[in-house]
Every structure is written in structure tokens, then in C-alpha cells.
Design a protein around this ligand. Structure first.
Ligand code: GTP
Length: 209
């Protein structure tokens, strides 16, 4: 991708993928950003991220998608990555019931660390690996998501089903919420406004925009 292309955008969105180890977070991200799948993907160490540009309703959106490690030993590290996120994607594996049962714990963590500050961070629940023999019914996932006010999608990073929809739905919902768009404009543009407006330049504490 042309680096200039990545630099010109209307909104910068930060999304976070969370959920138990092995549910397919990295695989979903790889499928979405590079359209690849690896049957023997290594566990994420700490945190990783990828950038993807998309255009929605004529707006160029630069998405930074943060992929956190599901393993318990990285939990204190990954919690700091919630800051500044507009969207959180919580993933479980439809073929492993314990990953569904752990969702309450994950949501508690999201609520403690996500930077809501009165704004509603967009939250979407994903039941991944629907190409496998499932032990969690679709309606169970749907009901849990509904009870928590979350969006819901089922997917398979292996077969691609639902992957595009996961990210499209989060982006669309962020775009629909003006409160979430306040800090997503490109920094370079904001800087130019500051420099040309003397009254703001004189007092660095008075922000414009
Ligand atoms: N059959 C199937 N396997 C999948 C799917 N998604 C991921 N996998 C496999 O599941 C394993 C774990 O996937 P990862 O993407 O590493 O899972 P993760 O949630 O990122 O795991 P951590 O990094 O440990 O948190 C890998 O071997 C993947 O190939 C899917 O949709 N279907």
C-alpha cells in the first residue's frame, strides 16, 4: 500500500480484539487484513497490531486493530491497550464452551479498562470457528450479546464467513455515534489549525476543535 495513502484519512479508529487464548483473534485479523489463514498460528505474545484502510460512505477510515494475547500471563500488559479504543471485539470459540462461559469475566475487564468516560464504546461479540462442530448454539450467543447491549456476529476465519461483517458493523456503529468521532480526525490537520490560529498558539492549554 502506498504510504501516502495510509496518511490521508478522515477518521482514525482504534479497535481491540479480546477473548480467551486460541479462539481465533489473530486469525480473524489476518483474514481481514491479508486474506490469509494459517492452521498452525502461534499464540500472540503480549500485543500485536495491524493497520487497514477502508472507505465507508465516501469517508476514508484508517483502522488500527490491536490483537491482544488471550493468555492469563499477559493480562496486566494487555489491559493498558484499551485506552483510546472506539470499538471492542470480544471473541469466543463456538466449539469450546468454556470460552463462552468466560465472557462475563472478559466483559468485566472491558468495563473496567475501556475508556468510556460517558461515551459508549462500540462492543461486538463474535462466535468464531463456525466451520467446526459447534457446542454453543447461535441463539445462546445472540441472547448473551443482546442482554449486554452488544452487537453479535458468527464467523469463521478459516472459511472467511462473517469476518468482513465483524469489522464493517463495528465501523458503521462508530460512525453512527458522533461522541465517538470527536478525537478521530487526523492529527496533522488539527496541528495546522492550531499554528494558524494565534490565540490558540499563545496558550497551549486552550485546545481548539
Ligand atoms: N477451524 C478453525 N480454526 C481456526 C479458526 N480461527 C482460528 N483457528 C485456529 O485456531 C488456532 C488459534 O487461533 P489464533 O488466531 O492464534 O487464536 P488467538 O485467539 O489469537 O489466540 P491467542 O493469541 O493465544 O490469544 C490456530 O491454530 C488457528 O488456525 C476458524 O475460524 N476455524
Amino acid at each position: 500500500m502506498d504510504p501516502m495513502e495510509v496518511d490521508s484519512y478522515d477518521h482514525l479508529f482504534k479497535l481491540l480484539l479480546v477473548g480467551d487464548a486460541g479462539v481465533g483473534k489473530s486469525s480473524m485479523l489476518l483474514r481481514f487484513t491479508e486474506d490469509t489463514f494459517d492452521d498452525h498460528l502461534q499464540s500472540t505474545i503480549g500485543v500485536d497490531f495491524k493497520v487497514k484502510m477502508i472507505t465507508v460512505d465516501g469517508k476514508r477510515i484508517k483502522m488500527t486493530i490491536w490483537d491482544t494475547a488471550g493468555q492469563e500471563r499477559f493480562r496486566t500488559l494487555t489491559s493498558s491497550y484499551y485506552r483510546g479504543a472506539q470499538g471492542i471485539v470480544l471473541v469466543y470459540d463456538v466449539a469450546r464452551r468454556e470460552t463462552f462461559e468466560n465472557l462475563d469475566t472478559w466483559l468485566q475487564e472491558v468495563e473496567v479498562y475501556s475508556p468510556a468516560n460517558g461515551r459508549d464504546v462500540v462492543k461486538l461479540l463474535v462466535g468464531n470457528k463456525i466451520d467446526k462442530e459447534r457446542v454453543v448454539a447461535r441463539k445462546e450467543g445472540e441472547a448473551w450479546a443482546r442482554s449486554k447491549g452488544m452487537l453479535f456476529v458468527e464467523s469463521s476465519a478459516k472459511t472467511k464467513i462473517g469476518i468482513q461483517q465483524v469489522f464493517n458493523e463495528v465501523v458503521q456503529k462508530i460512525l453512527d455515534n458522533p461522541a465517538l468521532l470527536t478525537n478521530t480526525a487526523p492529527r496533522t490537520r488539527a496541528k495546522r489549525v492550531e499554528l494558524s490560529a494565534d490565540k490558540y498558539a499563545a496558550n497551549p492549554n486552550s485546545g481548539c476543535c
